[in-house]
Design a protein around this ligand. Structure first.
Ligand SMILES: Nc1ncnc2c1ncn2[C@@H]1O[C@H](COP(=O)(O)OP(=O)(O)O)[C@@H](O)[C@H]1O
Ligand SMILES: [Mg+2]
Length: 574
């Protein structure tokens, strides 16, 4: 972990643009702090006036009381409001930065972290940053000014007595440090449990069909309860320490007060002090305990905020998707895998010594049992995963020399898992860079994907809002929208990774025809379960354990009587 000072300095940088507002905050709190001191001073005057039966200030005192409270309120309002303005902007800015970062993280990050934990980070942890920054600074400024004001008043009135209070300062400091360390540990734990709670909610919400169907309600509820309980327990532990902190500090303060009163009441001191002065002094000393209590709480906030800052900065510092390529060629669609190896972060070697040349316009079918590495292989082409060794060339360019976005716009991929957004059908088809597509093109793509008819039957046609993840559609309908999206993209390389697995025979037949037309002038890599969709491919590559077992046309492979032949026999029997 990076040292706190470094993290804190980085955190403070986010506040720099708000220095103008910070001055306003400072002025506001200065006004309210000076009223605190003025109250003590006013008390002195009033008591002295009573003692001396002095009536000359009868009208001015009540006005002063109201005036002081008015200015204190005004100062607090200005300080408080503008602190919040800074806080909210800080949260806004950091959230934008974190979200932008998430968009640039490699796919592996999303495999390693659950969406619940990622959400918690951007919602909860970012919010916590204000604890270490604006909240703490606000308290330091507001209460610090009051403390300074009151201390100044005390020293001015009677510096000897005031020294008695200051003797306790080191003890108070020690207590605060001690509590701080513990608080930090707990704060990290609280953050983690927040992620856990979030995770259970998201999983249950997105998987509610399985939860219901398999009677997982009580299990999920238990799990939710357990994580929430953990969150509660740790939160309370932290509160316990935070709450214990200030009574203990106040106890120290009261001891100091006791000593002051004890000394102050001694005849040799009492002699040269007026009653008003004495009361004002004791009042001001008493008033000190409030800001000091608030100041001790800064530590808790600081620890909470710093723990959050560590986690947020850790995310911001993560390595992004490598994008050092600068070339933006218009690809023809030649693909050369040359002795490619790929290992996942867990060390699993999913692609081994894979060599394959695909010519532009060719259709290659990948066949092999699940886990053979087919998806892993095509993911290399869009760089969702990076090759570990060997080379991958597109036309005459090394894949790493091509600018990442340019690369991805030229590859159109339909995956096993269809991803639909909670937007209209049209927006789902013309997604992202296809946003500006014309209505005619969208409709043509939908027609080719055999989706136009069912879309038109939806309540508002292309403007129908899809539910979360498009779950108000059938699996086959969802898949056809994804296919329409890929067709609209009209890229030189088309990858279909079990893109038709959820389709019935009839729609698959029609889509196949659309694909046949689309495949004419583009490179296509098709992965399919049903062998009928592969038979027409120019070449069939049979994979196992990340390598090529055999390759050739349908007829050649049948004649070889190898793995493909066996697969075909089994398929035929079904
Ligand atoms: N993100 C991942 N991390 C680690 N191993 C993975 C990951 N994704 C897939 N694998 C493993 O890589 C192998 C190939 O998987 P995959 O390419 O999905 O196979 P296929 O698409 O042919 O069914 C499998 O053994 C699988 O367990
Ligand atoms: Mg797969």
């Amino acid at each position: 972990m990076k040292p706190d000072v470094q993290v804190y300095r980085r955190l403070l940088k986010y506040l720099v643009p708000f220095w103008g507002l910070a001055i306003v905050v400072f002025i506001g709190f200065s006004i309210s702090a000076s009223t605190e001191v003025a109250v003590a001073k006013l008390l002195e005057k009033i008591i002295n006036a009573i003692q001396h039966r002095d009536t000359s200030f009868t009208t001015i005192f009540p006005l002063l009381v109201v005036g002081l409270v008015f200015f204190r309120g005004l100062g607090q309002y200005i300080g408080g409001y503008y602190t919040a303005v800074i806080s909210r902007h800080l949260v806004f800015n950091v959230r934008q930065e974190v979200f932008a970062k998430i968009l640039r993280l490699p796919s592996q990050y999303f495999l390693d972290n659950t969406s619940g934990h990622i959400t918690a980070k951007i919602m909860f942890n970012v919010e916590q940053l204000t604890a270490a920054t604006t909240e703490s600074l606000r308290t330091v400024v507001q209460q610090g000014l009051i403390t300074l004001g009151l201390l100044g008043f005390l020293i001015y009135t009677n510096w000897r007595l005031t020294l008695c209070i200051l003797i306790f300062a080191p003890l108070i400091g020690f207590l605060i440090r001690k509590a701080g360390k513990r608080m930090r540990k707990l704060s990290i734990l609280v953050q983690d449990t927040m992620g856990d709670v979030n995770h259970v909610v998201q999983e249950t919400v997105s998987g509610n069909v399985v939860v219901k169907g398999f009677g997982g309600q009580s299990y999920e509820h238990e799990r939710f309860k357990w994580h929430s309980m953990e969150n509660l327990r740790r939160g309370l532990k932290m509160t316990a320490i935070a709450q214990l902190n200030s009574p203990v500090v106040q106890l120290c303060m009261s001891m100091a007060m006791g000593i002051i009163i004890w000394i102050a009441l001694r005849p040799e001191i009492l002699r040269d002090i007026s009653a008003g002065e004495f009361v004002a002094y004791i009042t001001a000393a008493g008033m000190l305990s409030k800001p000091i209590k608030a100041l001790t709480e800064v530590n808790e906030k600081m620890q909470r905020g710093l723990a959050a800052a560590h986690s947020v900065f850790e995310l911001l510092d993560m390595e992004e998707e490598g994008n050092t390529g600068t070339l933006t060629p218009k690809l023809k669609g030649n693909v050369h895998f040359n002795n490619v190896n790929m290992s996942y972060s867990d060390g699993h070697n999913a692609i081994k010594n894979f060599t394959l040349d695909i010519k532009a316009g060719e259709t290659v079918a990948l066949v092999g049992r699940s886990g053979a590495g087919k998806s892993s292989l095509v993911n290399l082409l869009v760089r969702y995963q990076e090759i570990s060794s060997g080379s991958l060339m597109l036309d005459e360019y090394d894949i790493h020399d091509i600018e990442l976005n340019n690369l991805r716009t030229q590859i159109s991929m339909v995956n096993q898992q269809v991803v639909l957004f909670n937007r209209t059908v049209r927006e789902n088809i013309a997604y992202g860079q296809l946003e500006g597509a014309s209505d005619e093109d969208v409709i043509a793509a939908a027609k080719a994907a055999y989706a136009h008819d069912f879309i038109m039957a939806l309540p508002e046609g292309y403007n129908t809002e899809l539910g979360a993840q498009g779950l108000n559609l059938s699996g086959g309908q969802r898949q056809r929208i994804a296919i329409a999206r890929a067709i609209l993209k009209n890229a030189p390389i088309l990858i279909l990774d079990e893109a038709t697995s959820a389709l019935d025979n009839e729609s698959e037949y029609f889509i196949q025809q659309a694909f046949d037309a689309a495949m004419q002038d583009r490179t296509t890599i098709v992965i399919a379960h049903r062998l009928s969709t592969i038979e027409n491919a120019d070449r069939i590559v049979v994979m196992d354990q990340g390598s090529i077992l055999e390759s050739g046309t349908h007829l050649e492979l049948l004649a070889q009587k190898g793995t493909y032949f066996q697969l075909h026999q089994r398929n035929f029997e079904e």
